[in-house]
Design a protein around this ligand. Structure first.
Ligand SMILES: NC(=O)c1ccc[n+]([C@@H]2O[C@H](COP(=O)([O-])OP(=O)(O)OC[C@H]3O[C@@H](n4cnc5c(N)ncnc54)[C@H](OP(=O)(O)O)[C@@H]3O)[C@@H](O)[C@H]2O)c1
Length: 240
């Protein structure tokens, strides 16, 4: 299915894999709308993508804002949801409200996007929700992050039935070299070190790129017979 003249909405499209997917969809001729919370990141994304992209400042966990976004857009063909809050909670000792944000953004944000986008989608529309290999391979301190990913994978399967013929899938990335790691590690140097260490354990001996994930996201938008699946793109991480 061509993306020419289709409207693609990327929730969390101002950085990393969302930004790469926006670039790829624009190159295919789609009208692309990206969201994110930071106006500054959206401005940089617009500089990188060009004026054809539409940017909307919105917290994915804001239900009323998400409803307004889709009401204003009218017809939507494809939604790619990548937004996530990663709050770690070693030995369940952290602030519960901070940890809850992981569910508010990834799970409820995805639910709101599906809820308000689906009524505006044609039968060949699609929704792709992003999770992570943490759904199956938890990392210490990341219990709620893992649970949020598992919940979204179950949500995608259930919505594939609920919303058919609109297709709903989950995309499960492994270690991907994006600005997320700099934010988590606190500096570019620490992020690069951690990515190199993680990559050394993978069968493919490299971290993925945002473009690797963008290509998978576009596959899920375009392949008309794929629904209810979780597509792992992880360089073999689940094998080791
Ligand atoms: N990178 C990896 O190694 C990896 C591995 C597995 C899974 N993942 C998952 O892949 C997804 C994308 O990650 P990435 O690496 O591309 O991260 P990224 O480079 O940090 O990009 C995240 C994007 O989401 C937006 N965002 C974050 N929280 C948001 C919120 N509450 N509302 C709206 N937008 C929000 C960010 O903009 P603002 O901050 O301005 O809002 C940004 O545009 C996430 O779900 C992440 O958990 C990543």
């Amino acid at each position: 299915m061509s993306l020419a003249d289709k409207t693609v909405v990327i929730i969390g499209g101002s950085s990393g894999m969302g930004l790469a997917a926006a670039k790829a969809a624009l190159a295919e001729g789609a009208a692309v709308v990206i969201t994110g919370r930071s106006e500054e990141r959206l401005r940089s994304a617009r500089e990188a993508l060009g004026s054809a992209v539409r940017t909307v400042a919105l917290d994915a966990a804001d239900e009323a804002g998400t409803r307004r976004l889709f009401e204003e857009l009218g017809r939507v063909d494809h939604v790619f949801f990548t937004a996530a809050t990663l709050s770690f909670d070693p030995r369940l000792a952290g602030d519960s409200a901070a940890v809850r944000a992981a569910i508010d953004t990834r799970f409820w944000g995805a639910y709101y996007a599906a809820k308000y986008a689906a009524p505006r989608m044609p039968p060949d529309g699609s929704i792709t929700l992003t999770t992570g290999t943490a759904a199956l391979k938890p990392i210490p301190g990341g219990a709620v992050v893992s649970a949020s990913c598992g919940a979204v994978e179950a949500l995608a399967r259930a919505l594939a039935l609920e919303l058919a013929p609109i297709r709903v899938n989950a995309l499960r990335p492994g270690l991907i070299d994006t600005p997320l790691h700099e934010k988590l590690a606190g500096s570019p140097e620490r992020a690069a070190r951690r990515i190199a260490q993680g990559a050394a354990h993978l069968p493919l001996k490299r971290a993925g790129t945002a473009e690797d994930i963008a290509q998978a996201a576009l596959f899920l938008m375009q392949n008309r017979f794929t629904t209810g699946v979780t597509l792992t793109v992880d360089g073999g991480h689940l094998l080791v």
